[in-house]
Design a protein around this ligand. Structure first.
Ligand SMILES: *Cc1c(COP(=O)(O)O)cnc(C)c1O
Length: 408
């Protein structure tokens, strides 16, 4: 049996007709960029997430870049973030000329550790002009948590730390659209809890476009306005440029595709949670939870709709590489998110991090493995995956005798 890590074909079959009708309409009108489909998508997402402003942009990466540019974060500044994330998070900070400060993760959730943020900020000093500066004299301008794999960070702690430090929070919610965080009397959604939040609609994300697309949410009128202008080269009115922006525009075809898909998102998230529940039950029932650490669900009992949206189902084991090889032989797709912390990437060598600086990030990079998960994944396919993992760990116990046998 072949079980891919992700298969979007079934989702597409169900929506093929409305998608084609939308695209045909756009081809007929020849209105390709920032038109009514983009506007409709922006208001739909603002409503869905519960944010005041939504600004559609060209990708999740460009969302982060536009935010940093609009906030005028640049040379002489520092942004505190996680090294256990997709490259764009740290890459955009460096691209605007600021320094990414990588702090360690919580080993249970893999999200940025509030305690690690706090211990970095404790080493910073308050200047007479109110700026918080690090030991290199850089101004700490933002804290950038990433809601990894579809689970919100510990936002109460992070928000409180940020408030005390007087530093805004930029949420990288690329993997967490619709993910909820428990708040008194209800829930807050990923991307709406900080000053500003970013999303990606890369095709493999939970809400995927037919190409690149992204979005920014904010409740701050002034910042949202500036980001909107930043999306078109800092231009307002046309051909008058107040500051330097970029071409971060979202096109109509992508927005139209996303408009068709958005009403299905909660159903897909629920289906992903059912897949996660089957994995959890099967790993537990077979007594595999000693060998394989399952993803944490800190908000499960909090009566939220989307306590986790399972962008990925990530397990951990010390024998990760062997397990992955075994699963590959059984035609089971897996992936490693991420094999190296950003602090250890060659392009960030200039930051001067050493092996051992972020031990939990480094351990997660060695031990985590993403298993197949998508809304349409069948129970049968899941049982095949768990069978293969069970087989791997039980054959591990007989490894020594077989080695002895082959040596003899
Ligand atoms: C996917 C992703 C991005 C970048 O999004 P693109 O649309 O691919 O540019 C940024 N941050 C995280 C955490 C992501 O997973």
């Amino acid at each position: 049996m072949h079980v891919p890590l992700l298969d979007l074909s079934e989702q597409h079959r169900a929506l093929a007709e409305p998608l084609r009708a939308e695209i045909d309409e756009i081809l007929a009108t020849q209105n390709f960029i920032l038109g009514p489909k983009v506007e409709a998508f922006e208001s739909a997402i603002a409503r869905y997430c519960g944010a005041k402003h939504a600004i559609g942009v060209s990708s999740g990466t460009d969302a982060l870049l536009a935010i940093l540019m609009a906030m005028e974060i640049g040379p002489g500044d520092a942004v505190v973030t996680t090294a256990f994330t997709f490259f764009a998070t740290g890459g955009c900070v460096a691209r605007v000329g600021a320094r990414p400060v990588f702090v360690d993760i919580d080993p249970v959730t893999y999200n940025i550790s509030p305690a690690a943020i706090e211990s970095f900020l404790a080493k910073c000093a308050r200047q007479a002009d109110g700026r918080l500066v690090d030991d290199g004299g850089r101004t700490v301008r933002a804290i950038m948590p990433v809601h990894l794999f579809g689970l919100c960070c510990d936002m109460d702690a992070i928000t409180e730390i940020a408030r005390r430090a007087g530093v805004p929070v930029i949420e990288d919610a690329a993997q967490a659209i619709g993910a909820e965080y428990p708040r008194q009397g209800g829930a807050a959604q990923a991307g709406t809890m900080g000053l500003v939040g970013s999303f990606s609609f890369y095709p493999s994300k939970n809400l995927g476009a037919a190409g690149d697309a992204g979005l920014i949410l904010s409740n701050d009128d002034e910042l949202a306005h500036k980001i909107r202008i930043c999306r078109q080269h800092g231009m307002e009115p046309r051909y008058f440029h107040h500051f330097i922006g970029g071409n971060f525009r979202l096109d109509e075809i992508q927005a139209a595709v996303l408009n068709v898909k958005l009403p299905h998102l909660n159903g897909w998230s629920a289906a992903r949670r059912r897949v996660a529940d089957v994995y959890r039950e099967e790993f537990t029932r077979r007594g595999l939870t000693k060998q394989v650490r399952l993803p944490a669900e800190p908000f499960r009992e909090r009566r939220l709709t989307n306590h986790h949206i399972y962008h990925q189902f990530v397990v951990a084991t010390e024998r990760r590489d062997e397990l992955r090889e075994h699963l590959t032989h059984q035609q089971i797709g897996t992936a490693i998110y991420y094999p190296l912390g950003l602090h250890q990437q060659q392009c960030f060598a200039y930051l001067g991090y050493r092996e051992g600086d972020l031990p939990e990030t480094e351990r997660a990079a060695r031990e985590t493995l993403a298993l197949p998960i998508y809304p349409e994944l069948s129970r049968e396919a899941q049982l095949y995956v768990v069978d293969a993992i069970q087989e791997f760990f039980s054959s591990g116990r007989t490894e020594t005798p077989s080695l002895v046998a082959s040596a003899a």
